[in-house]
Design a binder for this molecule. Structure first.
Ligand SMILES: O=P(O)(O)OC[C@H]1O[C@H](OP(=O)(O)OP(=O)(O)O)[C@H](O)[C@@H]1O
Ligand SMILES: O=c1cc[nH]c(=O)[nH]1
Ligand SMILES: [Mg+2]
Length: 217
């Protein structure tokens, strides 16, 4: 897997990341969702540089102009719930993409610290031989992404996979690197060093799904 950690180079992205991490600013859920969306837009732009392009002639009112246009058949698949605002950011740029949604949540059968990932809902177009963009803002242990990939694999084999995430933990990045095909790309804004005993990224930002959409039972 090739990891692209976009915040390594300073840019306006830093402001959006600082706001989603900030304990005061993140309380404004409208701003939180919009910041995740804006980060999705920045990551889309970075990812777009790795896609394939074909020469196309565009007719303007005054003549013709050659331009290289992306010819990948993209399926944009986001993991519910927290993936929704990131999905919108990606779709703002990859507006021709087909769309897929898959659910994954942490089920705690015994206590707060042990959990298993439950994947239930999957709605997708044909993915065989297409460019699959898998989006989830948080990459903590990596178990959700791997569980989702196992479910998606049963429906076809994409030509290539691009994972898009906002904040990850080193441990989770290593885990997905072991479990996704070698030609997978990870486009991620920031990578933190630690996970706590509940599998939350430290310092991270807290619970992305709750910050975007409110607490769940
Ligand atoms: O890398 P992992 O350890 O699997 O954790 C990351 C997952 O946790 C969050 O979802 P959550 O289960 O909180 O669901 P939600 O989006 O409904 O809040 C996040 O959006 C990822 O899907
Ligand atoms: O840090 C984390 C880990 C999982 N899910 C989140 O929303 N945040
Ligand atoms: Mg959550």
């Amino acid at each position: 897997m090739k990891t692209h950690q976009i915040e390594k180079k300073d840019s306006i992205l830093n402001k959006f990341i600082s706001e989603i991490r900030n304990i005061d600013v993140q309380k404004d859920s409208l701003r939180f969702r919009r910041n995740i969306e804006r980060i999705g837009e920045v990551l889309s732009y970075e990812l777009s540089k790795s896609l394939s392009y074909t020469n196309t002639v565009i007719e303007t009112p005054l003549g013709n102009k050659d331009i290289q246009l992306c010819d990948n058949k993209i399926v944009l698949c986001s993991i519910l719930r927290a993936g929704l605002p990131l999905h919108q950011g990606l779709l703002n740029y990859f507006d021709d993409a087909e769309n897929a949604f898959i659910s994954a949540y942490r089920h705690h059968p015994k206590n707060d610290t042990d959990f298993e990932i439950v994947v239930e809902y999957f709605a997708a177009p044909e993915i065989e031989n297409k460019t699959l963009i898998l989006a989830d803002p948080m990459l903590a242990t990596g178990q959700s992404l791997v569980a989702v990939y196992e479910a998606i694999k049963k429906h076809g084999t994409p030509k290539e996979i691009h994972i898009v995430a906002v904040i990850g933990a080193k441990e989770g990045v290593d885990f997905i690197a072991e479990n996704f095909p070698e030609n997978t790309h990870l486009w991620i804004a920031a990578i933190d060093n630690e996970l706590n005993n509940k599998g939350y990224i430290v310092p991270g930002l807290g619970d992305a799904g709750d910050l975007a959409y409110g607490q769940k039972l």
